[in-house]
Design a protein. Structure first.
Length: 474
């Protein structure tokens, strides 16, 4: 079975809404239509179905087969296209722990729907994504829970002698694949150890998911980029086959992956699957998106880039970035209320820890980017004053598209933003290293955002205006 090159996700980073959405945000029925649309029109092969942090429909397979029988009779769910749930991690998200059990129960139920629809069905859902993984035991427990207590119910016998599998039907598949999602830099740098422990003797191949947004939110743009590269090298050296997924958004801060500039394809050549988030799909014209997907599908993973960079750079730049976050957290949190909601996510406030042990609250990475980009201060600039000339040379080798990415970043910088985000040294250092052409239209629009924030009037409209110019919300 072909492992997808593109995974459509439900990340709410889009400015524009697609034609099939009934309002300014996706509801549950819109997301059913979206899954069909990305398969049938964009040619994407996989849809993440996100139970972590948002309400989604757990009858997705039944509804797709019912609403679009002609398409899915020719494009078999589980063979030609995939629905891959992201579930809560009960070790971290205690309030959502039992949602994991409910989500796992949809897997055999979805297989029953496929059995009625297809003559010889494969399991339509056969693997799940587990977020915020820090140790192999988290994966082991979920794997065993599904095998023994979800699918394993088939073998139970009631007190009257009735076998559950005969009474309710068999619970299939008997086992599922577990995709670990690594989201913080210390764990990413030892993700190979966790994967080796979990896969040992059980799997010959495994998919592994590396985040880019949350590592950047917590450690900064360059540290997050380098950590992903080092992690990919380590995964490649494992004795089992690893098929990496990387979670990339449009801005450089979140991965630099849009249909016109797929820098992530250059930066992470060994990745098997790239995420196409909402801005990728809906903030560019259809033909551009479709051609980008075709280009990806026609490409193949290669060896990872050999990154020879001192991990001390990660620590030093991370420390500088983390020192700055508390100085802008109050502003970001205040303005984040005005960032348009594109998906009905549950309330989520991220906790950002910095070097003195304090706990600083931040919104999600998309909203964080939306606020700072909209006033003309791209967050990629934070902490760059720590860059040395030697760092610059090493980083340009380690991150081949760095100069191009930073040219884009600086083109959207507005000097007026320094009155709010007082990091002049970072901007000065960045301008010493990287060439750019300032966008006058964006400078004017971001100044209007700053003015709207001062007046406390029209902030959301101003954020949308700048988002349309840069072609992503955050």
């Amino acid at each position: 079975m072909r492992i997808p090159r593109v995974m459509s996700t439900q990340h709410p980073d889009n400015v524009e809404m697609p034609f099939f959405a009934k309002q300014s945000y996706f509801d549950g029925e819109d997301e059913i239509r979206e899954a069909y649309y990305v398969f049938s029109h964009f040619g994407m092969e996989e849809q993440m179905w996100d139970f972590e942090g948002k309400e989604v429909d757990d009858f997705v397979v039944k509804k797709l087969l019912t609403a679009y029988p002609n398409f899915f009779s020719e494009h078999v769910i589980g063979k030609d296209v995939r629905i891959t749930p992201r579930v809560p991690n009960p070790e971290v998200e205690r309030d959502e722990a039992k949602l994991l059990a409910e989500t796992l129960e949809m897997i055999p139920r979805s297989h029953d729907y496929a059995r009625k629809f297809y003559e010889d069905p494969s399991p339509p859902i056969f693997e799940i994504i587990v977020p915020m993984v820090t140790k192999s035991e988290e994966l082991e427990r979920i794997y065993l829970f599904y095998r023994d207590f979800v699918a394993g119910k088939s073998k139970l016998v009631l007190a009257d002698g009735t076998k559950v599998g005969e009474w309710l039907g068999e619970f299939e598949p008997e086992t599922i694949g577990i995709i670990p999602l690594f989201e913080d830099i210390p764990t990413m740098l030892r993700c190979d150890e966790i994967v080796r422990e979990f896969a040992d003797g059980r799997f010959e191949a495994i998919r592994v998911f590396l985040a880019r947004s949350d590592p950047a939110l917590n450690y900064g743009f360059i540290p997050a980029t380098l950590a992903a590269k080092i992690a990919l090298q380590k995964l490649y050296d494992l004795e089992i086959d690893v098929y990496p997924i990387i979670g990339v958004g449009c801005p450089p801060f979140r991965g630099s992956f849009d249909p016109e500039n797929m820098h992530a394809l250059v930066e992470y050549p060994s990745v098997q699957t790239f995420t196409a988030q909402s801005a990728f799909k809906y903030d560019y014209d259809f033909r551009t998106v479709r051609e980008a997907v075709e280009e990806l599908r026609d490409s193949s993973p290669e060896r990872p880039q050999d990154v020879e960079v001192d991990e001390e750079i990660i620590q030093r730049l991370s420390d500088e970035y983390r020192k700055r976050v508390p100085r802008i957290a109050e502003f970001v949190n205040e303005v984040s209320r005005f960032v348009p909601k594109r998906r009905m996510r549950k309330l989520h406030i991220g906790l950002f820890g910095y070097s003195r042990g304090n706990r600083v609250r931040l919104p999600r990475a998309i909203t964080f980017c939306a606020v700072l980009y909209s006033i003309g201060f791209p967050p990629e600039l934070m902490g760059l004053s720590a860059l040395t000339d030697k760092d610059y040379e090493e980083l340009c080798e380690a991150i081949p598209t760095l100069e191009e990415q930073m040219g884009f970043v600086l083109s959207l910088f507005n000097p007026e933003s320094l009155k709010i985000v007082p990091f002049e040294d970072d901007v000065r250092r960045a301008m010493e290293f990287f060439d750019f052409e300032s966008r006058e239209d964006y400078r004017e629009a971001s100044s209007r955002t700053i003015d709207a924030i001062r007046r406390q009037n029209g902030i959301s409209d101003a954020i949308i205006e700048t988002g349309k110019l840069r072609r992503f919300l955050g």
